[in-house]
Design a protein around this ligand. Sequence first.
Ligand code: AHR
Length: 486
Amino acid sequence: MDNIPRERYGHFAEHLGRCIHEGIWVGEDSDIPHTRGLRNDVVAALKKLSIPGLRWPGGCFADEYHWQDGIGPRNKRRPMINNHWGGVVESNQFGTHEFMDLVETLGCDAYIAGNVGSGTVREMQEWVEYLTANVDSAMVQLRRTNGRKEPWRVRYFGVGNENWICGGKMRPEFYADEYRRYQTCVRHHQPDRPIYRIACGASEDDFRWTEVVMERAADYMDGLSFHFYTIPTDDWEDKGSATGFAPEQWSAAFRRATRMDELLTKHSAIMDRFDPEKRVGLIVDEWGIWHNVEPGTNPRFLYQQNTLRDALVAAQTLHIFHRHRERVRMANIAQTVNVLQAMILTEGPRMLCTPTYHVFEMMKVHQDSTFLPIALSSSDETASAADDLLLLDASASRDSDGRVHLSVINFDPDRSHDASITFLAADAAGKSVAGRILTGETCDANNTFDDPKCVMPRDFTPDPISETGQLTLQLPARSIALISIS
Ligand code: AHR
């Protein structure tokens, strides 16, 4: 498969901290400008990312979420305790209708994660019916009473989340059997638009989980999830600070992020044994860089600043997904607003786009393009030196209009490098090039509410491509460039 499916540029929004409440949903009585309770500024910024799909309601929250608590008149909705994320009260003001309003507003696919850990088969079956059926059943009548006549389209449905830990502490053997039972009730009420069923997969190097679940349940799934977070210190107890980090934490982040490549290769190899046709997609539905929370914030709200280092980790990881195009069908960065590697941060009525947002905005041109093999080299001696610092990385694609897009990263924190790219399969010679670059004054350059445009893409115009089809870029230290050739 030479396509770079747009689904790899997907997102994830959980009822966690200030992601949904404040970040996306302010409610209809808010002074913050909104449309039917959805923040206008956040929605407008997200629209510019051409988000392909959005996963909701969790995360760990999914396995304690009871969807019927989040429908009907808002003043009658049943508040609950969000046990995983700080024990705060979840008001259920944002539920199925509000989420589907959001995805329809964004023009993206819905990826709903169902409750296996504390739910029932009947509850899941009725949710799918409520969402997608169009007959006179009790669930459909209920949906109509709640103001939605036509069924929605739900493209992806996850059967549980991290069921080896927060989703029920299950063994893979038990989960595989549960998966088979639950997925039976994820029915295709719209035969021309079947739901893509996703089983809970492994985290990091839990290869046994992948093996057991594939062996016992591969025939009943379309996708198998996988979670991997980049922790620069490699220590879950002290993940390090998002800003003001020590110089060695710069390269440590990229080294750790590289593990995504190795882990995808290994999990894919296991899947190949049970599914040599590669029918089942590997769904990386949680990934991103995870730091200590910002000082003074609720430790369970997972609110972190976002710097140039995070942006380059995002670009690096998206490149890895480009390379794993045979097995990885979808990926969802965690999380959209105010949580972990967020696209957007908010503070009351103020919002800012993070450096990671700008990477997703710049690189969206790769979505649904055709992967192009390239050769990357540098004449700079230090670029080929055998140290442990990853220096350059690049990925290219051709879109449906024939334009070639190239993203190139210079990981060197201190020095610029020349990057020579030879297009192996493209007729690029002599064509004009234009682009943008994202960099910053320091390794931890970031955007704040007082200076929200500190890290922003700016124009970058390299020399034209040579007769021999070679493009040479002088990339500033710690930068990512997106070049378009037409
Ligand atoms: O994204 C934050 C949490 O990380 C999710 O809720 C959970 O699935 C994972 O452990």
